[in-house]
Design a protein around this ligand. Structure first.
Ligand code: SDX
Length: 455
């Protein structure tokens, strides 16, 4: 192992609190900023969407005032125009092209939702059949990819494999990487939606040391994924309709979610003109974090660590403790300050799926106890922390036979539809420009270089 060089202790480490305190003590920026040229108050347009908060258009602010806005984490910043998904965090509302998630989960299916997100409307019978056929005909992957995938260690995390292999797709499907060609954009979108389950299943089989299963065109999207994950050559795999239905519903609930961290990553990568395969690989990397899509795996690990209902309060207390970095995974959300509507659907599905499968998982009881205590706890009430999509999904996935290491992979399979729809919307937006945020600089002012012999 080469020697590790620790940074010299004299390297200044400014405490961010100092920076923000200095800024806020210096002067409070009033809403009426003065225009450098006219000396008058700056007029900024306010834009309104179909529903939801208006936005202040600050694109000319720097030109008029020489000032940036400051919003690390983008909690109060609209990054784009989008018509795909609308979230009302206070009311716990989630719409895809205007359709409530509860209705889509109850009445639609995943590929139909993919059509809605990609093209904006519910497909008619002919359109739906054509789209399903197009996706079905792209589910196989280049045979060399199975050799590529065998380069990983058997114990590689499936998300590491998925991230790596997805990025490599541009090396295999170079004929659909020209983002300016509408035909290539559609083929790339279909390839990604169709091949992600195949790659996810390959990553899972590889971790088991079992042979890969080829997709089957006689199965629907969810059934095909279960077949590729759970079939073995030694015996026929009988698809349980309860599990297939739950799988499709879980895909629906994870399909898209406005400008979350991984979707914003895909958009930022795509804004430079990068090919869609590279952009989706970037989205997978971002989703993996435990604060984002990695939370579903973290919830199951957390419940296993809590272990018993008698220890739930101890962990709620840890989550309240400012000096304890522990957070209750599956709780809280940047946007939802109410119950995540997806968590509501998943909570109900949890009971249905486990009852139908005849599975009684003590972790579900534990989760229900944890939810009950947390929702009554003053800290969680005051900070408006509710269960999010990740709180219950893992319990269903575990009951369906998936290991926790596959939970975020399944999230990525579903979110590929949202990512590629958002990418398509961005590429087709005539006003889109390369994303290039600015900063509040806190480093040293200009200073002269000091030769080595004078330091
Ligand atoms: C997803 O954005 C999306 O749409 C994401 C997603 C999607 O579909 O794409 O919905 C999927 O990522 C769901 C979230 C999954 N993550 C988790 O379950 C991890 C646990 N939750 C958190 O880490 C947190 O709630 C976030 C990351 C989800 C949200 O973080 P924010 O908006 O930055 O909120 P914050 O960290 O500023 O928290 C506000 C306060 C803080 O206390 P104070 O500093 O104000 O005193 O609430 C506290 C936090 O300490 N807090 C928690 C908590 N979540 C927030 N305290 C304990 N347990 C928690 N889970």
């Amino acid at each position: 192992m080469p020697p590790v060089m620790n940074p010299p202790s004299r390297v200044g480490k400014k405490h961010w609190g100092e920076v923000l305190m200095t800024a806020s003590n210096k002067n409070q920026a009033s809403v009426t900023l003065t225009d450098n040229q006219t000396g008058k108050a700056v007029e900024l347009p306010v834009l309104s969407g179909t529903v939801g908060p208006d936005v202040v258009d600050i694109r000319t602010l720097y030109a008029h005032t020489g000032k940036f806005t400051f919003d690390p984490g983008y909690g109060a910043t609209g990054s784009c125009l989008s018509g795909l998904t609308y979230i009302d965090g206070d009311k716990g509302v989630l719409l895809h092209r205007g359709y409530p998630i509860e209705q889509l989960a109850a009445q639609s299916d995943f590929l139909e939702l993919a059509f809605v997100l990609l093209y904006g409307e519910l497909p008619n019978t002919e359109e739906k059949a054509g789209f399903v056929n197009a996706i079905t005909r792209h589910t196989m992957v280049h045979e060399q990819l199975s050799i590529f995938l065998r380069g990983f260690r058997r114990d590689a995390h499936p998300m590491a494999i998925l991230c790596g292999v997805t990025g490599a797709l541009s090396a295999f499907y170079h004929d659909s990487t020209d983002i300016n060609d509408p035909k290539q954009r559609i083929i790339a979108s279909h390839r990604l939606i169709a091949k992600m389950p195949t790659l996810a299943a390959m990553a899972y089989k590889y971790s088991l040391g079992q042979p890969f299963n080829y997709p089957r065109n006689d199965l629907n999207y969810a059934e095909n994924f279960l077949h590729m994950c759970f079939s073995v050559p030694a015996e026929d795999y009988v698809i349980d309709p309860v599990i297939a239905d739950a799988m499709d519903k879980i895909f629906i609930l994870h399909a898209d979610h406005e400008q979350n961290a991984s979707t914003s990553t895909v958009r930022l990568a795509g804004s430079s003109g990068a090919n869609p395969f590279a952009c989706i690989a970037a989205g997978i990397a971002s989703l993996w974090g435990p604060a984002h899509g990695g939370a579903n795996e973290a919830v199951l690990n957390m419940l296993a660590e809590i272990g018993d209902r008698s220890r739930v309060q101890e962990y709620v207390n840890k989550a309240r403790d400012k000096n304890d970095p522990f957070r209750l995974f599956g709780f809280g959300h940047r946007v939802y300050k109410n119950y995540d509507p997806r968590a509501q659907v998943l909570r109900k599905s949890c009971h249905e799926v486990l009852d139908k499968l005849g599975v009684s998982d003590p972790l579900l009881e534990l989760a229900m106890e944890l939810e009950e205590i947390a929702l009554k706890d003053s800290y969680f009430v005051e900070k408006q922390l509710y269960p999010n999509v990740d709180f219950y999904s893992g319990i269903i996935l575990k009951a369906m036979g998936f290991p926790t290491s596959m939970f975020t992979v399944l999230f990525a399979v579903a979110r590929t539809v949202g990512w590629i729809s958002q990418w398509k919307e961005m590429v087709e937006d005539p006003t889109q420009r390369i994303g290039r945020p600015r900063q509040l600089y806190t480093g040293p002012a200009q200073r002269d270089f000091v030769p080595l012999d004078k330091r």
